[in-house]
Every structure is written in structure tokens, then in C-alpha cells.
Design a protein. Structure first.
Length: 707
């Protein structure tokens, strides 16, 4: 069978008609919007938020509202490409799909014959879809016996923190924030990264709620809250304990709720009493009055029996003690009994509510048919070191082949100098499934053109609300672009994998994702279907922990010889501890980008302007740095040149390198990840992007790169 015939997407718009198609946003955002594409004569001409989906409300963010610019971008990859020059130079020639897939399969077969663990998949959330994300890919790599990838790069520390306290990635329903009376927006620039939550927060504000932002940076969200606590990176647990201290000493504890629905209350009380506001203020770099004022706000709500809610996000867990910080913050609403209210409690992620049939989709049982039933696991956050590590008894075989899809590791993985060195190995066989010639694609042996969300089937959960969404293809794939699922089916066929599961088409995979737990006919008809999540899921306890209680002290951690209580852990690189690198650097996403996605969309890149490093005037002045100067930010891992911006957003002692620009758009061919480290978090093996000490110097003008 040829791999090159014209490809027609099931359900795509036919030519010479105009119609609308309901889809779902695929990007790594808690909002997971439903959108409507208008198609005329086979071309998508309009994309808008679905007004019939309550969580979307007809509104899309600035980024996804420009999605058609991405679909029809002149730089879309339209045919398979083979490298014909040095890796990283971007020298490629076109080949047919058959040529590419035949050679890829032959290369993988030869490596697998020696040891399939020398082959590694690398993927994350370039699409959040359950089908185009991992469904057919996981089946392929399980059957092959390839190394397993520990997908840690975003949320694993926070997920571990939740698992050891309230039992999983569950929490309050986002729509109920509209009824809260005090909302703590903790580690989240909601206006830029959680727009539809911000709508509920604004409803609450108009009804009299108080909004408090806790974030080292004065974000767009912080500007619109009643108060902003600009704490030092990595000190969130100390602040949480100080707030609990005040609740305890002032009697703002729901003793009945704590006694009936928690474990370890006395131990938590004892530790919290060790953190008076003055001690936490010194650690957090905050005025003590800010901490006591926030505690009084909480206490006033407790006394009035008003709901208090925390919207926690992932930025604050990207430090050494990130998981324990999540644990500490999660304890606060439990101490005051906020879970009694449907508008009280905490939300970090709602993804744990979804009954995904992962074993059906991903088929881990296929490992038993592979040459390696128990392959090693490699942490994606340390890919730089992993690619440069030789074979050894502890590590196993050196990585000989890397298949990258739904990710751009050369731009987004930490300590990118090491990542680039690994990808530049001439003996590393690299295949990249992509829509554009990214930094990572430049280092590929083969680049395979991938479809966008308008060109394939997919099904989505959310980590910000509790609806399932179905994505229908609206148009046929452009040129020779193919869905990820198609590529892995074709590779499986060439590898001789004859299990029936490799014949499942994409619509079948969509149906398998939730089985009978979701009415698929509703999804086909409306594009979305709600889960039956209680309004106040933990009003009477019933947490999904082994004990059924909220675990202030975790027996599971104690059994591992770890601190059962949330710990206040210093950063790997504490702010100000190293006189050579006295500044802390955090690197949150720029407002118009989503990690490295959308960086090449011209209108969005023009809105961002150029890579910048935000500084406080108190840090800039002694270094002779003025707004708009070129600076070099550096540490022992690398150097990155960029513009300084003294725009009032950075606090003293902290610089902010907005990311994640493609390296090729950086003035010196680098981005902020030149400086970040491969050190990991306390639990969950997550990256520590915001645990990064640097110094900054003014430099002569730099001629910007053009990409």
C-alpha cells in the first residue's frame, strides 16, 4: 500500500459548500475551549469561540483567535524532509512519505535488534488531545519496547503535592469561583493563561469579592487585584504556613471539619506555630503587614462563613520545594473548612475527575509482547544529560534514536546548551513530527509534516473545568501533512506489528477514550458533554486519599522515610545566596505565546516585540542599566543576550525573562533556557525553571537575529 495517496479527513468539509464545524482548542491551557470553524469551499475562513459552550462563552484568547494564521502560515511544513547537511544548519531535501517511513522503520528495526531501549519517544502537550497526543504513539512504543518517557516538564511536582494531600488532581468546580468572597490567585497570571477563570473572578469581584494575587511578578492579573504579594520565588510554603499560623492563633480554624475529615492535625498545628508572620516575611521578602492583612481577610470570611477559594497554578511548583509548597497551600482551605462551600476550596487541576480509559488507549499490555517488557524510564526534564550519557550498567544503552512529537525540546527543555549538544550528535537518529521548522526540527534527520487541529479527529479533557470536548476535522490536511496517529500506524505496519489495535481509526480511538462514561452521541451532536462532578465535592470529606481524609501528614511519605508534613525547602539556588549570581530569575510565558507555540505567528510575535528581561530599577541602577539597554544575563550554565525592560513588573532581587522564544529568534541564537538547570523538584521529578540564580551586565548593542 502506498503512503502517498490523497488523504481525506473523516468528517471534513466538502468542496463548494459553506458550513460550521465544532472543534476544541488543543493547546496547553486549563480553559480547553470549544470553537466553531466556518468553512467555505474547503477552506477555513473564520474561527470563533463556541457560544453554546458555557465554559467558553463565545470567547477565545488572543492566541487562539489567530489560529487560522497558524493553519495557513506560509511556513507550514507540507512534505517530508530529509537532512542533507550538518545537524542544526536547517539543510533538508524533500522526500516521499514512503521513502521517509521505509528508512525510519529500517533504522528503528536495526537499533531495536540490539536493544529497543536505545529508542526514546519525546513528547508533551503540543496537543492536549488524547488521540493525537499519545494513543497510537503509546501503542507503537509499547510494542517496540522502547524506553519510557517520564513526562514531567510542566505539572508533575504539583500533581505529587496534590496526591499526597487531597488525593489527586481534583478540586472545586471553576464556575463556582463566581460566588466566592475571597479569591487567592496564587502563582497564576490568569488574564494571560486562564482567561475564562478570570471571567468568573471578575463576576465575583463585581459581587463584592476581594481578589489577592500572590506572584513574584506584577503581572497583568496582579494589577487588577485588590492586593498583590510579590514574594520571592520558592517561598510559597512559608507564606502558607504563616497564614495557617494566624488562623490558629486567632481561632479561624474549622475545628469540626478538621477533626472529622483530616489526618495529622496536631502535627500540622505544631509546625504552623513555628511560622509567625515575621519569620515568613523575612523568608518571603514581604512586609509583615501584607501577610497579617491577608490573614485578617481570611479570618473575616471565616467569621462571616463566606467562601474562600484558591486558584493555584503551576508556576510556583517549578522550584526545588515545589511539591511541598503545593501541599502547604492546599492545607490552608482545609484548615478553615472552605470545602464546606461549593465556592470554597482550591483548584490546581481538574483532570483527575476524568474517567479516561488509559489502558484501552495506550495499551501498556503490549509491553509484554515486546523484546523489553520492563524498559527503563527517562525523565524528559533531564533530556540534555540523557542524550550525552554513554551506555553504562546503571543507565543502560546510550540513546541512539529519538522520536519527537508534540514538543520542541531544543527550545523548551532546561539547560538548553546541553540539550543542543545532545541533539547535535551525528550518531543520534532523530525524527520530528512537526507543523513548522522549529529549533528542534533543525536537528532532525527526518521532519514529518503534521496536521493542525482543524485537520484531524481528537477528544479532550480539561485541567480547568469538567467538560469533555470532541474535535471534528473541519478541513482536509494541507498538502502532505498527516496526523500523528497515521504516522505511527504506518510505522507499526512497516515494523511488522500485526496486533488489531494498530488498525483502529481515529474516530474509534475517540470513542475508546471514555467508553460508556460519556455519551458519545452528545459529543458528536454538541461537541461537549459535562462530567457529573458534585457542586461541593468534599463538603463532607470523602477525599480520594487512601484514608478518605485530607492528609496534612501523609502516611505514604512517612513510609518512604520522608517528612510526612509539608516542608519549607530552600531553593537549589536561593535568591542572593551566591554573590557571583545574586539575582533570581523566573521565566514565565510571554502573554502572546504559549510556551514555544505561536512564536512564529507574525502578528503575535510583533505584539511581543522581542525577547526581554524585566528588571527592578533598584537592581538596574547599580549595574548602569537603563530601560531598553542590551544586557547579558548569565550563570555557570550559559549566557543569553536580550533587552532590559524597567517596566515596574519585576520585584527587587528578581529578574523576569519572558519565554519561550525560539532560539533562532534570539539575538544571539539562545533563549532563557540557556540559563535554567536540570535540577529536579522535591517530589514528582519536575523541572526547576524558576529556581535559577543569575547575574546581569550591560553590553554593547546587539544585531537581532531574524529567525
Amino acid at each position: 500500500m502506498s503512503a502517498d495517496p490523497p488523504f481525506v479527513a473523516a468528517g471534513a468539509a466538502s468542496a463548494d459548500t459553506a458550513r460550521t464545524v465544532i472543534g476544541a482548542c488543543p493547546h496547553d491551557c486549563p480553559d480547553t475551549c470549544s470553537f466553531v470553524t466556518t468553512v467555505h469551499d474547503g477552506r477555513a475562513v473564520r474561527l470563533q469561540g463556541n457560544p453554546d459552550h458555557a465554559q467558553t462563552g463565545g470567547v477565545l484568547c488572543t492566541k487562539v483567535s489567530r489560529y487560522l494564521e497558524r493553519v495557513y502560515h506560509p511556513d507550514r511544513l507540507r512534505q517530508p524532509l530529509r537532512c542533507v547537511g550538518p545537524k542544526g544548519a536547517g539543510c533538508f531535501e524533500p522526500v516521499t512519505w514512503d521513502e521517509a517511513l521505509d528508512d525510519i522503520a529500517a533504522r528503528l528495526r536495526a537499533i531495536a535488534a540490539r536493544d529497543p531501549q536505545a529508542i526514546l519517544p519525546y513528547s508533551y502537550a503540543g496537543t492536549m488531545g488524547l488521540v493525537q497526543g499519545e494513543a497510537m504513539a503509546a501503542r507503537f512504543f509499547h510494542r517496540l519496547g522502547a524506553s519510557l518517557l517520564d513526562r514531567t516538564i510542566c505539572a508533575s511536582a504539583g500533581a505529587a503535592g496534590l496526591a499526597y494531600t487531597l488525593g489527586g488532581k481534583v478540586g472545586m468546580r471553576v464556575e463556582h469561583f463566581a460566588e466566592s468572597k475571597l479569591i487567592l490567585i496564587w502563582g497564576s497570571n490568569s488574564i494571560g493563561s486562564n482567561l475564562h477563570f478570570w471571567r468568573y473572578a471578575q463576576q465575583a469581584k463585581r459581587a463584592g469579592a476581594r481578589l489577592v494575587c500572590i506572584d513574584p511578578r506584577r503581572t497583568e492579573t496582579a494589577e487588577k487585584c485588590h492586593a498583590h504579594l510579590a514574594l520571592l520565588p520558592g517561598t510559597d510554603a512559608a507564606l502558607a504556613y504563616a497564614l495557617m499560623h494566624e488562623c490558629i492563633v486567632h481561632g479561624w480554624v474549622d475545628d469540626d471539619y478538621v477533626q472529622r475529615h483530616t489526618l495529622g492535625r496536631e502535627a500540622l498545628r505544631e509546625r504552623a506555630l513555628q511560622w509567625p508572620p515575621a519569620r515568613a516575611a523575612a523568608v518571603c521578602g514581604l512586609p509583615v503587614e501584607q501577610i497579617t492583612a491577608l490573614a485578617r481577610d481570611i479570618g473575616a470570611c471565616v467569621e462571616r462563613r463566606d467562601p474562600v477559594a484558591i486558584r493555584l497554578n503551576y508556576g510556583m511548583q517549578r522550584v526545588r520545594g515545589g511539591a511541598n509548597a503545593v501541599r502547604a497551600v492546599a492545607c490552608l482551605p482545609t484548615v478553615i473548612g472552605a470545602w464546606r462551600h461549593r465556592a470554597g476550596g482550591l483548584l490546581l487541576s481538574s483532570s483527575g475527575w476524568y474517567p479516561v480509559q488509559r489502558d484501552v488507549l495506550y495499551r501498556p499490555d503490549l509491553l509484554q509482547r515486546s523484546p523489553c517488557p520492563q524498559p527503563r524510564v527517562i525523565n524528559m526534564s533531564t533530556i540534555g544529560d540523557a542524550l550525552l550519557r554513554p551506555a553504562s550498567p546503571d543507565f543502560g544503552p546510550a540513546i541512539e534514536a529519538l522520536i519527537v512529537y508534540n514538543s520542541n525540546p531544543v527550545a523548551v527543555a532546561p539547560e538548553s546548551r546541553r540539550v543542543v549538544q545532545g541533539f547535535a550528535r551525528e550518531d543520534l537518529f532523530t525524527v520530528v513530527l512537526e507543523q513548522f521548522q522549529t529549533d528542534t526540527a533543525d536537528y532532525a534527520d527526518y521532519v514529518l509534516p503534521a496536521t493542525t487541529q482543524l485537520e484531524h479527529w481528537d477528544i479532550h479533557l480539561s485541567y480547568g473545568h469538567t467538560d469533555v470536548l470532541l474535535n471534528r476535522p473541519a478541513i482536509a490536511p494541507l498538502a502532505q501533512a498527516r496526523p500523528n496517529t497515521w504516522v505511527f500506524r504506518e510505522l507499526a505496519r512497516r515494523m511488522g506489528f500485526d496486533e488489531p489495535c494498530f488498525a483502529d481509526d481515529d474516530l474509534t480511538l475517540c470513542r475508546q477514550a471514555f467508553g460508556d462514561a460519556v455519551d458519545f452521541e452528545t459529543l458528536l451532536r454538541e461537541g461537549h458533554a459535562p462530567l457529573a462532578v458534585p457542586d461541593a465535592p468534599f463538603a463532607n470529606g470523602g477525599f480520594p486519599t487512601p484514608s478518605g481524609k485530607f492528609e496534612f501528614a501523609s502516611p505514604r511519605l512517612a513510609a518512604q522515610g520522608l517528612d510526612p508534613l509539608p516542608a519549607v525547602l530552600p531553593n537549589h539556588e536561593p535568591p542572593g545566596a551566591d554573590p557571583r549570581h545574586p539575582l533570581a530569575m523566573i521565566s514565565p510565558p510571554a502573554r502572546n505565546f504559549l510556551n514555544s507555540t505561536f512564536v512564529n505567528v507574525t502578528s503575535l510575535r510583533d505584539a511581543e516585540g522581542e525577547p526581554v528581561l524585566e528588571m527592578h530599577p533598584d537592581d538596574a541602577a547599580p549595574r548602569g542599566i537603563a530601560d531598553g539597554d542590551w544586557v547579558e544575563v548569565f550563570n555557570d550554565r550559559g549566557r543569553h543576550r536580550t533587552r532590559a525592560r524597567l517596566n515596574g513588573r519585576a520585584r527587587p532581587g528578581v529578574v523576569v525573562g519572558l519565554g519561550i522564544w525560539w532560539r533562532k529568534f534570539g539575538a544571539d541564537g539562545t533563549n532563557v533556557n540557556e540559563l535554567t538547570s536540570q535540577a529536579l523538584t522535591d517530589l514528582g521529578g519536575g523541572p526547576t525553571f524558576y529556581d535559577c540564580a543569575v547575574e546581569v551586565l550591560r553590553v554593547a548593542a546587539v544585531t537581532p537575529a531574524r529567525g
